[in-house]
Design a binder for this molecule. Structure first.
Ligand code: SAM
Ligand code: SF4
Length: 449
């Protein structure tokens, strides 16, 4: 049955795809690892209730910050929740603005800047080096040149941004006009996370991408020509997706010179459930074909010499993926803006949603929803959690991996026997493509321990 599913799917595999390597991964899977029941790695606030209200969390964070080193780097994440329209498939916290767009944007940007100023007055934060300024969303470029300049200037005024700081943004091609690229380049941005999703015309139409794939490739070429690091997001599980189309897309993007690729499986949540059902994307078996597509993507990226620096992100040597890898460097993360979630030391916090964020008096406290301090157990698991999410388990963590037992075997034995990890040249382990798919389950295994 398992073999039959595999053979049917890969019957007409494109030449050059290492089908045997993918089969080896599929054949190694055994309970409790079922591709239909994989779980996403979740942040702390999604796993258990907050310890503190927003006001209490701010008190905790202020204390944490008075004790912080003045030379410990941190990364700065700013969430911009706006988009020109809401894509049917999307599960991000983002929305289309109705009337009075300019006023909405101005009000939001003013709140964001007031929040940045408030944080910069805490402890030594204004002196600590900033590793990256990352604009996420939503579609940050939607707010326009003037607002982007206001935000970037505020970051530079408030914090120790230097030439070593990487300025990064997430965007969609529709918003990334040549003029906008120039604006962002002038502001110092040098890294792009481009939401490509698919290059196939039918799929692009089904998910509401209005720009042709030729324009996607042109924007990639434009930004690479400016020396930017370009990473693309690709989703498997979209309507009408085929193995041939998926593999062709990845080949095209690699030939275009992208530096990094993040692979996602389409997540179906209440907000996109109706659309997904209409598109026939809610059958339980979809996870099996999506897993096959994911595996094909992983095999292809590995064959092109791309390694993982995050469980679902493959990168060449230029792409350090600075924001998403901040825990690996033991950095803190100052996240601002609606739903922004950050961490200082052992304290994790999250902001409120849009209306609550706009209501907050930023001269007193940021619009936090709540916060939590890592427990002793969560702290003990933190190095292994960070390593799994980074896709590499260094030799120093092997004793922990061998000591820890989940179900009946040690974690190391259990993960190796399902081919989730494989020994690497460092003497530690690397997450395999199976590990990339089951990273969230692996974090869950540790809590069973
Ligand atoms: C914060 S979004 C920003 C992307 C950008 N606005 C765009 O549309 O291209 C980041 C990425 O999340 C991924 N994503 C969005 N909705 C998803 C879903 N329902 N399931 C899986 N991945 C999703 C997409 O690959 C998207 O590019
Ligand atoms: S996919 Fe991108 S552009 Fe579309 S709604 Fe989501 S964040 Fe906005």
């Amino acid at each position: 049955m398992q073999e039959q599913l595999f053979t049917t799917f890969f019957h007409h595999a494109p030449p050059g795809l290492d089908v045997d390597a993918i089969r080896a991964q599929w054949s190694a899977l055994r309970p409790p690892y079922d591709v239909r029941q994989w779980v996403l790695p979740l942040p702390l606030w999604a796993k258990r209730p907050y310890d503190d209200s927003g006001a209490q969390a701010w008190g905790q964070l202020r204390q944490e910050l008075t004790q912080a080193d003045h030379d410990k780097p941190f990364c700065l994440y700013l969430h911009i929740p706006f988009c020109a329209s809401k894509c049917h498939f999307c599960d991000c916290y983002s929305f289309k603005l109705g009337a009075y767009q300019e006023q909405h944007i101005q009000r939001y940007v003013d709140q964001l800047c007031a929040e940045l100023r408030l944080w910069s007055q805490q402890g030594n934060l204004h002196r600590c080096p900033v590793s990256t300024v990352h604009l996420g969303g939503g579609t940050p470029t939607f707010i326009g040149a003037a607002a982007l300049e206001q935000v970037a200037t505020c970051c530079r005024d408030c914090f120790a941004v230097s030439d070593a700081t990487e300025w990064a943004l997430e965007s969609t091609v529709a918003d990334l006009t040549p003029t906008m690229i120039r604006v962002m380049d002038d502001l110092g941005f040098r890294r792009l996370h481009l939401g490509v999703q698919s290059l196939q015309p039918d799929i692009r139409a089904a998910i509401g991408r209005r720009r042709p794939s030729a324009e996607v490739l042109q924007r990639i070429a434009d930004t690479l020509a400016l020396g930017w690091v370009v990473s693309v997001d690709m989703v498997c599980g979209l309507p009408g997706q085929t193995l041939a189309g998926w593999v062709a897309d990845l080949h095209t993007l690699l030939a275009a010179g992208v530096d990094g690729v993040s692979l996602y499986e389409l997540l179906v949540y209440p907000q996109n459930q109706k659309w997904a059902a209409q598109q026939g994307l809610t059958k339980p078996d979809r996870h099996v074909t999506n897993y096959f597509l994911f595996q094909a993507g992983a095999a292809l990226l590995a064959a092109h010499g791309f390694g993982k620096n995050l469980f679902n992100h493959w990168a060449n040597g230029r792409d350090a993926n600075v924001y998403f890898t901040f825990p690996t460097r033991h950095e803190d993360c100052l996240a601002v803006g609606t739903i922004g979630d950050g961490v200082f030391g052992q304290y994790h916090y999250r902001h409120g949603r849009y209306a609550a964020y706009l209501r907050a008096d930023m001269t007193q406290q940021p619009g936090l929803e709540g916060g939590l301090r890592r427990t002793a157990v969560e702290n003990a698991l933190q190095p292994l959690t960070t390593a799994v999410l980074a896709g590499t388990i260094p030799p120093a963590l092997l004793p922990a991996l061998q000591r820890a037992t989940a179900h009946s075997a040690t974690l190391q034995a259990q993960w190796q026997s399902a081919a989730l990890i494989t020994p690497d040249a460092s003497g530690g382990f690397t997450l395999t493509p199976n590990g990339a798919w089951f990273a969230g389950n692996m974090l869950g295994d540790m809590l069973v321990v």
